[in-house]
Structure formats: structure tokens, C-alpha cells
Design a protein. Structure first.
Lengths: 268, 275
């Protein structure tokens, strides 16, 4: 499949135009729910961390008495937290005398619920795992990372149907698929793979923090910087952007970019 | 009355927001509409000078919001257009003198009197910017064909969408056709490739603009100038007229484009300018 650029662009654009305005509300940045084990704080994957912190701070300030002495778990199954972000979050909670529960309890609870669901779903064979065929559009299963890599077995792939613009940050603990471009100044961080059906010009980090099997693919790969797991790479000086789909993956301890032929995943 | 509130914004400073506001506002008035131009740049007001109305200011936007005067008292009638009014910004206050609710109410008030309210936004993404878009029905982004401006415009588009406003339209300002021809400047397609919004107009760089600003006379009065014609046709497009875009420059060759576009990606799409 030698993709013709113009048609590829159009495909990328169609869903974006359609769904424009459906997304993006800054209000629903955080959610606090009561559970049997205490409070559960869920963070939206699509908001800059500053806004998340701001929203949480405002929520805590509303009813400091209510939160004092409570125990809260931070659910990061939808949003990946970086080290410094976690520290800031915990400092804020500590300020309101909220004790932070270990995450495992929350995840265990989620697993249970998920187990019931996934019992009905047979996973596809690893070989067919990354194919984007017409057969299985938009299911998490079709994007599952191969070879018994089950950290993200309950992964819910995040679909973004618009262009991610400068200043917008998307953090998600699983795979991210973007129908649209990723512009310079945008930041996309995924625990799993990142697929951009459009032009990738911003900063992306796949496999955060340590999933070395993660890949980054886009129709045109023109990033400021690529990060996979703990590795970082920049396009070399004088590098010419290739007008074709490409895949970046870790090979022999470094990030390698190659043509994305036939929509096949790269060799691991 | 079916009035429209339009905010002119850019993120980056110095790209021509104020000039655009003055010219679009004036052109709409010349096209027979009743127009108020509002200087949202509290503390750094300029729109009054660009329109040549500086010496007539008695009350300003902050006075209206704080109830020091009535809206009518603060509105300054234009020198030449009988249906064009300016609401100046305060110079001795700052952006935090007004909040979003007050701005919203002000827009409502202006709507009752005018067909068009054109708001000049301050640079930046802080309170002043938020105030300027809160009451707007439409947003026009002004960008220059250079990287910093385009990136800031992109950021602004994201914020505008997040605020629940419709997709903004673009005025590409200060395009230099000779530079584009040599491949030393991003061309229209390059900018649209990144921003992905509709184009409202292309204004070429024109010395006459500087002369016009110094005289306090918007350049749309002089449609022998390229910039004057460009603003005029942009205003016509705002009114829904189908005006073809002036061909300002031919695009550079593909090779040239690829070479200089590191970091912005090549212009691949056949995205055509929609007017």
C-alpha cells in the first residue's frame, strides 16, 4: 500500500472535521469518587498537568474539612504521571492531610471488574496484532502489544479525533491513536504505542516510562523529538522529512525510524 | 438584531492585531454596517491611535464596566464613518481590572446597538485574552508567515476550541511575496498545513501600512495599496461575499520547501485555500 499523500490527508481530516467540538471541556479535569477503600481520584489524560493540579487544589479548598484525614488513591490507569508530577500531587494532598493509598488496591479492584469483561473477549494472535484492517476498527484488541505483554491488558486505547495543538498535552497510560496532526509545542505521552494518522510535528513519548516494545507511527514523521521508554532521539541536523508513513521503534538499544510498509509493525 | 461579536487575536504580539481590527472595523462600516471596535488591550492601548481618535477619549472600557459612565458616553464616534464607534481601553489600569463576567455583559450591551462588535485582543493567553474571547461569536486569528507566530496561533486555536468557540478563521498578515518566491518564507500552504483552519484573507507586507498608522488613518481608505485591498476583501468575506483571494505569490519548488521546513514538515496536502 503505497499511500498517496493527498488522500491520506483527507482521510485524516474527515473524522476530525466531523467530530470537532465534541471534545475538550476543561471542566472535567479530575473526578473524585468514593469507593469501599476510600476516595479514588481519576485524572483526565487530555489536560496539561498544571490544570489538573489547579483543579484538584480548587476542589480540596472547597471543602478542606471533608478531605482532612481521608485516604485517597490516585488512579493512573488512564493518565500516566511523571515523577515530578507525582511528587507535586502528593505534596498537595499532604497539605490537606489526605493520606495517599497505594495504587495497587485500586488497580486490583479494576482488574476484577475488567476480568469479568475480558472473559468474553478472545485476544487475537500476536501476529495480527498491529494490522489496521477494516475488520477490527477501533477496538483495543487490534492495537494490543504483542508477546504476552500484559501490563496493558486492560488497556483502553485513547482515540483523539482532532489535531493536537501547541500547548495541549495528552497523557495516557495505554495506547493513543490520533486522527489528525500533532503540531509543534504539543505533547503526547503514552504508556503504549502512539499512532498518528496525520503529520507528527510535536513531541511524543511512547512506552512511558519503560515499555521498550512501544512504537510510534505516523503518516509523516517530522517530530521535534521522539521518545520511547527511557530513550530520546532528535532528527539529525539537515534531516529531510520523508513524505511517507514511518515507524519508530527501539532496535539494539536505540530509536530507529524506518518506512512503514504495508502497515506492518516493525520487527522487534 | 442579528449582531456578531468578532474577536481578533493572535497569541504573539506585533503580528498586526490592532491594525487588522482598525481596518476590518472601518471596512465593515464602509460597507454599510453599524460597527463598534473595542480595544481589549487594557494598559497598552493603541487602537485609538491607529484610528486617529486618541485625542477624543474621555471615558474608557474600564469606566463603563465599573459604572463610572454610561456605555454611550465612552463610545467615540469615528472621524469619517458615521456608523463606526470606538470603545477605548484604559491606559492607567491593567488586564485584571475587568473580569470575564463583566466583559460578557459588555458584549451583550454592545450587541443591542451594533451590527458588528470587533474586539482587539491583547497578546498573550492570560486574563486579557480570555476576556477578549468570552463574549465572541467568531474568532479571527492573525498570524505572520513565520514559525513563532504560527506556533502561537496554533496554541490560540487550541484555547479557542477549548473555550467552546467555533473554529477560528485566519488572516495571514505581512506576507512578503518576493521572500516566498525565493523560498525564504513560509507560504500560505505551509501555514495552512499546520493550522488547518479556513483562510479569511492574506495581507501582504506593505510600507503604506506604517504610513497609514502614523497618520491615524486605516489603510482600507486607500485601495490602491495591496494591503488596503486585502483588508477590504477580508471584510467582504466576513459579510459572506464570495471574493477570490488575491494571488500574492507563487509557491516555491517542492525541493526548496522540503529543505527549509525541518520542524514544520513538508507541505504535502493539496489543501486549497477556501474563501
Amino acid at each position: 500500500m503505497d499511500t498517496e499523500e493527498p488522500s491520506a490527508r483527507n482521510e485524516a481530516e474527515a473524522p476530525r472535521k466531523l467530530e470537532r467540538g465534541e471534545r475538550q471541556s476543561v471542566q472535567g479535569t479530575i473526578a473524585i469518587k468514593g469507593t469501599r477503600n476510600g476516595l479514588l481520584l481519576t485524572l483526565e489524560p487530555e489536560t496539561p498537568f498544571g490544570d489538573v493540579l489547579h483543579a484538584l487544589s480548587a476542589r480540596l479548598a472547597e471543602a478542606p474539612g471533608f478531605f482532612r484525614g481521608a485516604s485517597m488513591a490516585v488512579d493512573t490507569s488512564r493518565r500516566a504521571l511523571q515523577g515530578s508530577e507525582r511528587t507535586q500531587l502528593e505534596a498537595l494532598l499532604a497539605h490537606y492531610e489526605v493520606s495517599v493509598l497505594p495504587l495497587e488496591q485500586v488497580i486490583a479492584a479494576r482488574r476484577e471488574a475488567q476480568a469479568r469483561l475480558s472473559a468474553q473477549q478472545a485476544l487475537p494472535s500476536p501476529e495480527s496484532s498491529f494490522q489496521i484492517t477494516g475488520e477490527q476498527p477501533r477496538t483495543t484488541r487490534s492495537l494490543e502489544v504483542s508477546e504476552g505483554f500484559n501490563l496493558y491488558e486492560d488497556a483502553d486505547t485513547l482515540f483523539i479525533r482532532r489535531t493536537v495543538r501547541s500547548g495541549q498535552a495528552i497523557h495516557h497510560s495505554s495506547n493513543i491513536v490520533i486522527f489528525g496532526d500533532v503540531n509543534p509545542g504539543a505533547e503526547v505521552v503514552a504508556g503504549g504505542d502512539i499512532l498518528v494518522w496525520g503529520v507528527l510535528r510535536g513531541l511524543v513519548h511512547a512506552g512511558y516510562p519503560d515499555n521498550q516494545n512501544a512504537v510510534i507511527c505516523s503518516l509523516v514523521l517530522a517530530p521535534v523529538q521522539l521518545r520511547i521508554a527511557h530513550l530520546l532521539s532528535r532528527p539529525p541536523e539537515g534531516y529531510e522529512v520523508q513524505p511517507r508513513p514511518e515507524v519508530a521503534a527501539i532496535r539494539n538499544g536505540q530509536i530507529v525510524v524506518e518506512a512503514w510498509v504495508n502497515g506492518r509493525p516493525p520487527r522487534r | 438584531m442579528d449582531s456578531r461579536v468578532i474577536t481578533i487575536t493572535s497569541g504573539k504580539g506585533g503580528v498586526g492585531k490592532t491594525t487588522t481590527t482598525a481596518n476590518i472595523g472601518t471596512a465593515l462600516a464602509m460597507l454599510g454596517k453599524k460597527v463598534a471596535v473595542v480595544d481589549g488591550d487594557i494598559g497598552l492601548r493603541n487602537l485609538d491611535a491607529v484610528m486617529g481618535l486618541e485625542n477624543r477619549i474621555v471615558y474608557d472600557l474600564v469606566d463603563v464596566v465599573e459604572g463610572q459612565c454610561r456605555l454611550r458616553q465612552a463610545l467615540i464616534k469615528d472621524k469619517r464613518q458615521p456608523e463606526l464607534y470606538l470603545l477605548p481601553a484604559a491606559q492607567t489600569r491593567d488586564k485584571n481590572a475587568v473580569n470575564s463576567v463583566q466583559m460578557q455583559q459588555l458584549c451583550q450591551q454592545l450587541r443591542q446597538e451594533f451590527d458588528f462588535v470587533v474586539i482587539d485582543s491583547p497578546a498573550g493567553i492570560e486574563q486579557g485574552f480570555r476576556n477578549s474571547i468570552v463574549g465572541a461569536d467568531e474568532i479571527i486569528i492573525v498570524a505572520n508567515p513565520e514559525m513563532a507566530s504560527v506556533r502561537d496561533a496554533d496554541r490560540i486555536i487550541g484555547l479557542v476550541e477549548a473555550a467552546g468557540k467555533p473554529e477560528p478563521r485566519l488572516i495571514l498578515n505581512r506576507l512578503r511575496p518576493e521572500m516566498v518566491k525565493r523560498g525564504d518564507m513560509m507560504d500560505v500552504a505551509d501555514v495552512l498545513e499546520v493550522l488547518g483552519i479556513d483562510l479569511l484573507g492574506i495581507v501582504p507586507e506593505d510600507e503604506n501600512i506604517i504610513i497609514a498608522i502614523n497618520k491615524g488613518e486605516p489603510i482600507v481608505y486607500d485601495r490602491r495599496t495591496r494591503a488596503g485591498r486585502a483588508y477590504w476583501s477580508s471584510a467582504q468575506r466576513i459579510l459572506g461575499e464570495e471574493v477570490p483571494l488575491e494571488e500574492v505569490a507563487e509557491a516555491p519548488s517542492l525541493m526548496e520547501r522540503l529543505r527549509r521546513l525541518m520542524g514544520f514538515g513538508p507541505a504535502l496536502s493539496e489543501r486549497r485555500v477556501r474563501s
